[in-house]
Ligand binder design. Structure first.
Ligand code: PEP
Ligand code: MN
Length: 296
């Protein structure tokens, strides 16, 4: 790794690659995040009804997703918007896991809720607005569950790694980083997808990196292209919003894919995933030279 990055991320030493430290593989039910398999997590922004959730779970599973997402606690910018079903939503997620066999990732917003959410979820999601909520990070670290840590929308890569360091330092080795777009001067997209952050994190850190093209784009038309870019940048997986009827979604419908759009996105990833599986990995070669050799 470049010496200057060592210096730049020196406050987060345990997040960095070093000789003898293997790539972190986070075990979740029968899966590993950060291992050989590219893991797609998909589902609605908010858990709305059991029917919505279970229909989505069955569909995404058939299309190749391995983990079901859905928010029971929603951080909404308006106090008048749907705030999530809370415990009832967690119970619906648990039912969907029973029905589909998919693992569950869901957001926890307060340290007071960590033990309750950890009872139902396989992975705790820390949202962009809480990346620097240290009381929440500490409680999540002690939950015994893997933590998906979303990058704060105004956080630098160093800030993200500092929060990851905090989780590791509190004894939880199962940390998954998530790039979900950052605030810039651009307003045509909801956020600016920082692809370079994915490539850089894969260079400097042994932690798995997941890309969330949905919150980055804010518009469903852009999500498949960003997902393909994430694969080529070296991401270990995706977090994608999918809804049976996006126009009726209680939150983030504009950026949610419907079932057939999700199927098309998944199919479009295949050639990129085939390249990813070549050795040496695409993102670790200079200008893809290794890939050209590997392809003969
Ligand atoms: C979400 O995943 O639904 C979400 C609220 O994400 P973020 O914290 O990245 O905005
Ligand atoms: Mn959302």
């Amino acid at each position: 790794m470049r010496e200057s990055w060592h210096e730049q991320f020196a406050e987060s030493p345990d997040t960095l690659k070093s000789a003898g430290r293997p790539q972190t593989r986070v075990p979740v039910l029968d899966l590993e995040i950060g291992g050989d398999e590219f893991i797609t997590m998909a589902g609605p922004c908010s858990v709305e009804t059991e029917f919505q959730l279970i229909a989505t779970a069955h569909h995404i599973r058939r299309a190749g997703a391995r983990i079901l997402r859905g928010g029971a606690f929603k951080p909404r910018s308006s106090p008048y918007a749907f705030q999530g079903h809370g415990l009832e939503g967690l119970k619906m997620l648990a039912r969907a896991r029973e029905e589909s066999g998919l693992a569950i990732v869901t957001e926890v917003m307060s340290e007071c809720d960590v033990s309750m959410v950890a009872e139902y979820a396989d992975i705790l999601q820390i949202g962009t607005r809480n990346m620097e909520n240290y009381a929440l990070l500490e409680a999540a670290a002690h939950s015994g569950r893997p933590v998906l840590l979303k990058r704060g929308m105004v956080a630098t890569i160093a800030d993200l790694l500092r929060s990851a360091q905090c989780l590791l330092d509190h004894g939880n080795p199962h940390v998954i980083l998530c790039e979900r777009g950052i605030r810039t001067f651009e307003t045509a997209t909801r956020n600016t997808f920082d692809v370079a952050a994915i490539a850089l994190l894969k260079q400097v850190s042994h932690l798995p990196v997941i890309a969330d093209p949905s919150h980055a784009a804010g518009h469903r038309e852009l999500v498949p292209a960003l997902a393909r870019v994430a694969v080529t940048a070296g991401a270990d997986g995706l977090l994608v919003e999918v809804h049976p009827q996006p126009e009726k979604a209680w939150s983030d419908g504009e950026q949610s894919l419907d079932f057939s759009e999700f199927d098309a996105m998944m199919a479009s990833l295949d050639p990129y995933l085939a390249l990813r599986n070549l050795q040496p990995p695409l993102h670790e070669t200079v200008a893809g030279a290794g890939v050209m050799e590997a392809m003969g």
